[in-house]
Design a protein around this ligand. Structure first.
Ligand SMILES: [Zn+2]
Length: 597
């Protein structure tokens, strides 16, 4: 039986495009990890989707004179296109605005309610008499009672940074029509995190030996410093998932509460779309299942404290309400390898100031693998990192082109020229040849160990070090000169180098899937290393939503060393990577801070 692995990636908010910081923060590490695990033969499901509810989307809609549905769908489509182009191989990338997600979220609400982990409490909230509705905090502005700033949001002042008490705001007004709102009492449901605290603490302690330190510090450390308090999970809003109680008309589930449920609901949707409706149980009920959550550090409390708390509180009640054949507790997160942030040219990435490298815009000028490469060598696994255009240019030319691409091209072209594109007969291997082959084969373990521990930078660094070893080997054996005097020695070196390259192709494939596939073809194979991605349309009572999917039927790549034999036919090679001109550094820097087309 193969180990079930769920790769759960943070749900991007559908009111902005995706920039390189988002890609390296969650989507790319999740994809590299999933591709590796699939090659190991494990049962991988990788899910995410567009977070389509909440006030930022309704505000964007109001500002652009469109509906929240239109705003979410516009960005959702750009996400699907981007992940296709960048090879982020989601088994399902869906959205929170689906009938399935509504149903699963409502059942979770009811299960927590029945199990006694929700309570009601009243709070004061702004109410618009003009519109006969409650206004979310972000819809009300006024004068800050600390610094007199006249455009403070009712819950926070953007000038002095104070978290404000809404009731004390001076001259409150509605951002929709300028009318004066009044404070009214409203009742909301709270998740009783205090009651769940002992079990959440145990859950964290059981994982403290292998989690990233910053994640443990931000979760267990925080609980130990200050105990958990209840958190409201409903809001007076009409865009979102209705609270499934007759008496609570007009209230929605708070977006932070329902978005994390997406990991579960998306697995259920994936099972249903692939005509195996019970299959999701394997990832959510099988004790051997491991679930990995790829997120940015701003999301740690939601994934390391609150989501585990929600899951613990369900016990078997969720299965009962769903009418599921299995009735068991749900699998808790195995690891939450949260990343720090990536900055851009030493400044914080900011969409509103256009200080960002937008992933889709980038792909209009460059190929996907150089982006994946640069974002992996610079992945903010343990500290914030920086996107620097000069560094991108150097890494592309000195590492991708010089160390790896030229190695491939040199060896394959030489084999084509002198052996008519056939892998030469090696004869008896020398200790030098055997040492290289052994070092590369050892890489399946060393790179693999780094992958298992989600040290993706380390894994790529080790694979590239092995590529340098092949270059050193060729410097020593020099088949280019040996061919004139000792054809057998040259053939032996080329055979050895080809075998090493054929193995390196696999070690690098999770990072560089597009060029590894190209190389696979140059090496004369007619199979594909990975499965295929495609977009399909799904319909339900809420409308049509596009989803990104992955079909692994054709995936032939295995995490094992090359078995290349003499006599195997090779194909004509082409350069894998494009050498960049230094002029791009200034051109790209000049784009920063300006709106892109
Ligand atoms: Zn202020």
């Amino acid at each position: 039986m193969t180990e079930p692995i769920l790769v759960a990636i943070a749900w991007p908010y559908a009111n902005s495009e995706i920039h390189v910081g988002n890609v390296t923060g969650s989507h790319l590490p999740g994809d590299i990890f999933a591709r590796y695990q699939r090659m190991r033969g494990r049962d991988v499901v990788m899910v995410s989707g567009s977070d389509s509810h909440g006030t930022p989307i309704t505000i964007t809609a109001d500002a652009s004179n469109s509906t929240p549905m239109e705003v979410y769908q516009r960005f959702h489509q750009t996400f699907l296109d981007l992940f296709m182009q960048l090879g982020i191989s989601y088994d399902l990338f869906t959205s929170t605005h689906t009938e399935n997600h509504f149903n699963v979220s409502q059942k979770i609400f009811l299960a927590l309610l029945e199990n006694g982990f929700l309570y009601k409490e009243s709070q004061q909230q702004w109410y618009s008499t003009a519109q006969s509705r409650f206004l979310p905090d972000r819809y009300v502005e006024g004068t800050c009672y600390v610094c007199d700033y006249t455009q403070a949001r009712s819950d926070q002042c953007d000038r002095c940074g104070t978290l404000l008490e809404p009731a004390k705001l001076i001259n409150p007004r509605s951002k929709i029509d300028g009318s004066t709102p009044e404070l009214r009492e409203t009742e909301h449901y709270y998740l009783d995190l205090g009651k769940l605290q002992p079990e959440i603490t145990d859950f964290l302690k059981q994982r403290s030996s292998y989690w990233r330190q910053n994640v443990m510090r931000q979760s267990l450390g925080q609980i130990e410093a200050d105990s958990l308090r209840g958190r409201p999970i409903t809001r007076d809003l009409d865009w979102g998932i209705p609270v499934p109680l007759e008496a609570e008309k007009g209230k929605c589930l708070y977006v932070w509460f329902e978005a994390v449920i997406g990991y579960l609901s998306a697995t259920i949707e994936w099972a249903s779309i692939t005509d195996q409706p019970e299959a999701w149980n394997k990832w959510w009920h099988d004790k051997a299942s491991k679930t990995f959550y790829f997120i940015g550090k701003d999301n740690i409390p939601f994934h390391a404290i609150i989501w585990p708390g929600q899951l613990i509180g369900l016990d078997t009640k969720f299965d009962e309400l769903m009418g599921n054949s299995v009735k068991a507790p749900l699998v808790l997160p195995y690891d939450v390898p949260a990343n720090e942030f990536m900055n851009l040219e030493d400044q914080k990435i900011s969409g509103s100031r256009h200080w960002a490298v937008w992933a889709q815009d980038f792909l209009t000028r460059y190929d996907p693998d150089p982006l994946r490469y640069y974002l992996t060598v610079n992945m903010p696994e343990t500290r914030d990192t920086d996107w620097d255009w000069e560094d991108f240019y150097k890494r592309n030319n000195d590492e991708l082109v010089a160390t790896w691409g030229n190695l491939v091209n040199r060896v394959l072209s030489f084999a084509a020229k002198h052996w008519e594109g056939v892998v030469p007969e090696p004869g008896e291997l020398t200790s030098l040849d055997k040492d290289l082959i052994a070092a590369i084969e050892q890489g399946f373990e060393t790179v693999g160990n780094e992958m298992e521990a989600v040290h993706l930078r380390g894994a790529l660094g080790e694979a590239m070090r092995l590529a340098s070893e092949v270059n050193k080997y060729l410097d020593t054996t020099a088949p280019w000169t040996a061919i004139k005097t000792d054809r057998a020695a040259a053939g032996r070196a080329i055979y050895t180098a080809l075998r090493a390259i054929d193995s390196l192709k696999i070690l690098l494939a999770p990072f560089l899937p597009f060029t590894s596939q190209k190389l696979h073809q140059f090496m004369g194979y007619n199979t594909t290393l990975f499965g295929t991605q495609f977009i399909s349309k799904e319909e339900d009572s809420l409308g049509t939503h596009g989803v990104l999917r992955y079909n692994s039927d054709s995936a032939a790549g295995r995490w094992e060393p090359s078995k290349l034999q003499a006599g195997h036919h090779l194909d004509k090679p082409e350069p894998l990577f494009r050498k960049l001109d230094p002029v791009i550094i200034e051109e790209e820097r000049a784009r920063l801070g300006k709106p892109h087309q």
